[in-house]
Design a protein around this ligand. Structure first.
Ligand code: 1HE
Length: 264
């Protein structure tokens, strides 16, 4: 159900032989894909209503940059209550990205800053090209992260690095960004989208229950004390391996009909 008009600044297309990959494009290049409220609400709506045939998603940005963050033009005088609701709206949308139905791969290039970095950090895999740079200009704008960045970004790079970025305005280039943990893949300029699509095709071939476990169980286990983590792991392992698809895949390997693990 859509209760707000869909934003023209974000597009959804499908790719793959079975249309199993959702491709979501931030499509506001004149404003460097700055995220206004309508765009954030549409992003949420897309992830809440993906067709059941979809097995993986790619998020990318049109033009020279992935995303310039919060649309500063929309930043009005908000009182504390309105500010809280605005931030919670972002949380709800990015929660749909991180804990939605399918793994999400971000294809990054150019600016990945502020709320753009918050969006990227809600994705499961980040592929950056050589033009990518990361920053959190909130510090210099007199504001604070509000889209879940204070929770998600330290999980990628640690609290100390995030504090430094916000205090000093430090910008990480693509190479250093990969090194500190922003991106799992670094590719030559212009190749992030192709690489993200290739990875999405690979991810889409996994058993859906395994992908679900990786998206929903793994981060929760990481937050649990070890004893509870071991127990949750056992529950998830038992559920995943009892699925008919798991049995078929193991049988296929034992019958010599499935790929071996190949040295990279
Ligand atoms: C914008 C925005 C924006 C560009 N909101 N309009 N984010 C920032 O503080 C980042 C601000 N943006 C920049 O530092 C630069 O624009 C970029 C490094 C991203 C790109 O530079 P460049 O030279 O390619 O573009 P530009 O000339 O700076 O901008 C082109 C147009 O986009 C220009 O508008 P125009 O009408 O003059 O053409 C810019 O004003 C506009 N534009 N970025 C609105 N962000 C949930 S809380 C999250 C909190 C945050 O995200 S704070 C961080 C905000």
């Amino acid at each position: 159900m859509t209760l707000h008009p869909p934003s023209k600044d974000i597009q959804l297309e499908f790719s793959g032989a079975q249309q199993e990959i959702a491709v979501i494009r931030l499509s506001r290049p004149a404003k460097r894909n700055a995220l206004n409220d309508s765009l954030i609400l549409s992003l949420r709506n897309m992830f809440e209503n993906l067709p059941s045939s979809v097995r993986a998603a790619v998020v990318h940005g049109e033009g020279d940059h992935f995303c310039a963050g919060l649309d500063l033009g929309e930043l009005q005088e908000r009182d504390a209550g309105q500010g809280m609701h605005h931030s919670r709206m972002w949380h709800a949308a990015l929660e749909c990205v991180q804990h939605g139905p399918v793994p999400v791969i971000a294809a990054l290039h150019g600016a990945v800053v502020g709320g753009g970095l918050e969006l990227a950090s809600a994705c499961h895999i980040r592929v950056a090209d050589a033009s990518t740079f990361y920053a959190l200009p909130e510090g210099s704008r007199g504001i604070f992260v509000g889209g879940g960045g204070s929770v998600r970004i330290p999980k990628l790079i640690g609290v100390a690095r995030m504090t430094d970025m916000m205090l000093t305005g430090r910008v990480y280039n693509a190479q250093d960004g990969e090194h500190v943990g922003f991106a799992q893949y670094l590719v030559p300029e212009g190749q992030a989208f192709a690489k993200a699509l290739e990875l999405a095709s690979r991810v889409a071939q996994n058993a859906p229950l395994t992908n679900y476990a990786l998206m929903h169980a793994l981060p929760r286990i990481a937050e649990q004390p070890a004893d509870q983590g071991f127990f949750t792991e056992s529950l998830m392992a038992a559920i995943a391996q009892s699925a008919p698809e798991a049995k078929e895949r193991v049988q296929a390997f034992l019958a010599g009909k499935a790929n071996k693990v190949a040295k990279s």
